[in-house]
Design a protein around this ligand. Structure first.
Ligand SMILES: [Zn+2]
Ligand SMILES: [Zn+2]
Length: 180
């Protein structure tokens, strides 16, 4: 059975599902997220819109442009924050993890914008902490030039690409993380 999570806003007017595994939860301590949630941080999961399906209430979403190129979607009936999205990251929304029904099969990823954190909420776990937004994923390593011998055939060695450890594991490490 495919992994599926269901979520809703407080009034249940907006209901949605996410198909597929969830990326790690990004804990954002920026002042905008604190104000938008009314709490010490927001807990955000980047989701490809292809994974997201609304079953009810998509028309109840209202959008607040909290900064240029960034919108925060909330339920116009109950006020629940639902997701945020950035013009610079088309096709990705950051779902608010608290809307999901338990059990949620996602782990915590990191703390972002801890320079703006609420002093009354201790952050004392072992997760990575970033003063501002999380760093972007480093660009993929350059492909090596094929090494050709002065032989009849030119055969690329391919060694360097085969030896990149964990290159695929960094996929969600930061590319979707900026300005949570
Ligand atoms: Zn609602
Ligand atoms: Zn934030």
């Amino acid at each position: 059975m495919p992994i599926e999570h269901h979520g809703s806003c407080l009034c249940q007017g907006i209901r949605f599902s996410i198909t597929g595994p969830l990326a790690p939860i990004q804990v954002c301590h920026c002042s905008q997220c604190r104000q938008a949630q009314g709490g010490p941080f927001a807990t955000n999961i980047p989701v490809d819109v292809a994974q997201l399906r609304f079953h009810a209430g998509e028309a109840l979403l209202n959008f607040y442009a909290s900064s240029p190129g960034k919108e925060r979607a909330f339920c116009r009936v109950c006020g629940s924050p639902v997701f945020s999205r950035r013009a610079s990251l088309p096709g990705v929304v950051r779902i608010r993890a608290g809307l999901l029904q338990e059990p949620v099969a996602a782990r915590l990823g990191f703390h972002a914008h801890v320079a703006s954190q609420a002093r009354w909420w201790p952050v004392n776990d072992a997760l990575p902490q970033y003063p501002e937004g999380a760093p972007a994923v480093p660009p993929p390593p350059p492909q090596p030039e094929p090494v050709c011998r002065p032989a009849p055939r030119c055969r690329p060695t391919g060694r360097a690409t085969a030896r990149e450890p964990g290159a695929s594991g960094a996929r969600y490490g930061g590319g979707l993380t900026r300005g949570t």
